[in-house]
Design a protein around this ligand. Structure first.
Ligand code: GAR
Length: 206
């Protein structure tokens, strides 16, 4: 059986990338393989993680292109070069246009650090999501993995996991808590679920 070829898009630390690498290396992604790590920044630590795992990587930075169309054309050509079937946004901080996203229906997934539809959409990324959850005073938060469509954080939900907010929590402590107890668990699982869906040409099954 041909494995689904996965590109993981990153911008920073890449702890979610690491969780997928570890899950794959443990044999839990039988339907897919990470074939490429694509970073929006040349200084992302995620690139070192890719190198350590012997995974090819590429840097495509928005600021090197005069407009979004040229930038996304470059991404598309890299995806073709590596014969990518599935894109995983794992802490990828550049917004992809509706035109781009429409070309890959149910072939792009994203991890978001809250329980969608809370604290999501435009302007909610990274620590800001956790600041908003703490400011609101919710007692439970979590993470969501969803398909990406033209609505920011609006695509079909694949998996969610909740996390209790502890006393004295700061945005930083909550971010770590949500990553460790939700993101790093559900993202690798969702990757295998979607890879299996693509490989078998069937609907999602848990
Ligand atoms: C993660 O918490 C991820 O959910 C979040 O950025 C962090 C990246 O960490 N993504 C978003 O906020 C996207 N809207 P990582 O680089 O260590 O995986």
């Amino acid at each position: 059986m041909k494995k689904v070829r996965i590109a993981v898009f990153v911008s920073g630390n890449g702890s979610n990338l690491q969780a997928i690498i570890d899950y794959e290396r443990a044999g839990h992604i039988p339907h897919g393989e990470i074939a490429l790590v694509l970073s929006s920044r040349a200084d992302a630590y995620a690139l070192s993680r890719a190198a350590l795992a012997n995974i090819p990587s590429a840097v495509v930075s928005r600021k090197e292109f005069s407009d979004t169309a040229e930038f996304e054309k470059k991404i598309e050509s890299v995806l073709r070069e590596f014969k990518i079937d599935l894109i995983v946004l794992a802490g990828y901080m550049t917004i992809l246009s509706a035109d781009f996203v429409k070309k890959y229906p149910e072939r792009i997934i994203n991890v978001h650090p809250s329980l969608i539809p809370s604290f999501c959409g435009k302007g909610y990324y990274g620590l800001r999501v956790h600041e908003a959850a703490l400011n609101y005073g919710v007692k439970v938060t979590g993470a969501t993995v969803h398909f990406v469509n033209e609505v920011p954080d609006g695509g079909r939900i694949i998996l969610q996991k909740s996390v209790m907010i502890r006393k004295g929590e700061t945005p930083e402590s909550l971010q770590t808590h949500v990553m460790r107890n939700a993101e790093w668990i559900i993202l690798p699982r969702a990757v295998e679920m979607v890879a299996k869906m693509i490989a078998k040409g069937r609907e999602l099954e848990e």
